[in-house]
Design a protein around this ligand. Structure first.
Ligand code: SAM
Length: 443
């Protein structure tokens, strides 16, 4: 791979003698890593090497075919670059006392950090996972649905829209769009798109994004800022802007050799740790704000017909409130409803809680999100598929199964739900979403 000359010059001036090791690490294959979903009851990648800064992060010795692993489609794990799991260390420093938290992931797609946050948060906390770009928002919703938890709302808003929620969030994560230098050995497009002009453009955009983040972060709350680049003007310089605006730096204890402390944050380099280039810093808001977004306490009463649908399909339905919108029925955890109300009023919500399914007259069609939810009732009818059947199911092909079950039945693989089938006399309808299906041929 040929790197742009100005990039080489910048890295040499940043790293000095170490630049040689840095560039030779870019010739090596990137490590493969995953983060295991604590909510899905299956053991995967047993015996793999732990990632020092993430309890459920694992390095894999070789790259398996994730596409042809039914556990991947069931949300048993998320394929994620190791350095970015450092978010867990920031979380540990901030989250003292296990209080209910309002958490915002402002630039969230495809969902690596949102699914990580959901694994770390308690049930009384709410995650707002936001992605402004529509097609990336769809991927985010898919990954959130696979993760299977309910205390999350996915929004599709510009960062400025969050300024309506002044002083609201306890934690705001900005995993900012950046020049992507840290991904050079994984992504040739990142190299081709790199230019000094683009670095400056990214820096300007990041400076705009933090303005909104600073406003919607509450006094005493935290902003976690990260990028996958080495550029000072996209990293420490952006953090400095927050420090000049009523924020203070928060230190993260040293967890592994090779993580480099910069003026305000932590930098990961591929020649010093097993992972890609990454930067993270944490700051806390000191400045007092007079305007505070209200968290209204509107009372809800569940519609009995929704309650009866929920009783069929959900474990502990009494812990949820049901919302119907355009014939779609959603279940939202009651304990975080109050935190969600200002989100519902002020933002463009694309998905909240669990989409249970579609109501048409007296008919109810359960949704795919429900099948993947950890709250789906455990004793619903299911068929355990073998590996070949699971792959056929995930390809949306027709199945022949030896079963007398009829009606809505869960397709399951090694104890994990993959989705729904409708079983009728002489016919099985495969309800795996067409847009999610495996298209690739096995080599
Ligand atoms: N946090 C994600 C994860 O861990 O999977 C990765 C986020 S990626 C580095 C940055 C995201 O910011 C992209 O999904 C991109 O679409 C979004 N983005 C692009 N321009 C933006 C803008 N002006 N404001 C906010 N987000 C933007």
């Amino acid at each position: 791979m040929n790197y742009p000359a100005p990039f080489i010059d910048r890295m040499v001036s940043l790293l000095g003698k170490e630049a040689k090791d840095f560039f030779s690490s870019l010739q090596q294959d990137p490590p493969v890593s995953v983060r295991i979903n604590p909510f899905k009851p299956v053991v995967v990648f047993n015996g793999s090497e732990n990632i020092p800064w993430a309890e459920r992060g694992r390095y894999l010795p070789t790259r398996p075919s994730f596409t042809f692993d039914p556990h991947f489609h069931a949300g048993a794990y998320y394929v994620q670059e190791a350095s970015s799991m450092f978010l867990e260390q920031a979380w540990k420093v901030i989250n003292k006392g296990n209080k209910p938290l309002r958490v915002l992931d402002l630039c969230a797609a495809p969902g690596g950090k949102s699914t990580h946050l959901l694994s770390l948060m308690n049930d009384d906390s709410l995650l707002v996972s936001n992605e402004v770009i529509a097609n990336r928002n769809a991927i985010l919703r898919e990954n959130i649905a696979k993760w299977g938890v309910a205390n999350v709302a996915v929004t599709q808003n510009k960062p400025q829209d969050f300024e309506k929620l002044q002083n609201y969030f306890d934690i705001v994560l900005i995993d900012a769009p950046c020049s992507g230098e840290g991904l050079f050995r994984k992504d040739a497009d990142a190299v081709n798109e790199w230019s000094e002009k683009n670095v400056s453009k990214c820096s300007v955009r990041q400076a705009e994004i933090i303005q909104s983040a600073m406003q919607c972060c509450r006094t005493g709350g935290h902003v976690i800022y990260s990028t996958c680049t080495y550029e000072l003007e996209e990293n420490d310089c952006i953090v400095e802007l927050m420090l000049q605006n009523g924020f203070e730096r928060v230190l993260i204890p040293n967890i592994a050799d090779g993580i480099v402390s910069t003026k305000y944050g932590y930098q990961f380099y591929p020649h010093k740790i097993m992972g890609e280039g990454f930067y993270m810093a944490v700051v806390t808001k000191k400045q007092e704000d007079d305007i505070v977004a209200e968290s209204k306490n509107k009372s809800y009463r569940n519609n009995p017909s929704f309650t009866s649908i929920a009783a069929t399909y959900l474990d502990c339905p009494d812990k949820f409130l049901f919302i119907e919108k355009n014939n779609q029925l959603y279940a939202f955890p009651e304990r975080v409803m109050q935190l969600y109300q200002p989100i519902a009023v002020n933002l463009y919500v694309r998905q909240a809680g669990i989409l249970l399914g579609t109501i048409k007259g007296n008919d109810f069609t359960p949704s795919h999100e429900l099948a993947l939810s950890v709250h789906v009732r455990n004793n619903l009818p299911f068929v355990e598929l073998n590996y070949d059947e699971a792959i056929m199911y995930l390809r949306c092909e027709s199945l022949r199964l030896n079963t007398t079950l009829r009606g809505w039945v869960l397709a399951r693989y090694q104890g994990l739900n993959l989705g729904w089938m409708k079983l009728m006399e002489g016919r099985i309808n495969n309800y795996y979403p067409k847009e999610w299906r495996i298209r690739k041929q096995k080599s």
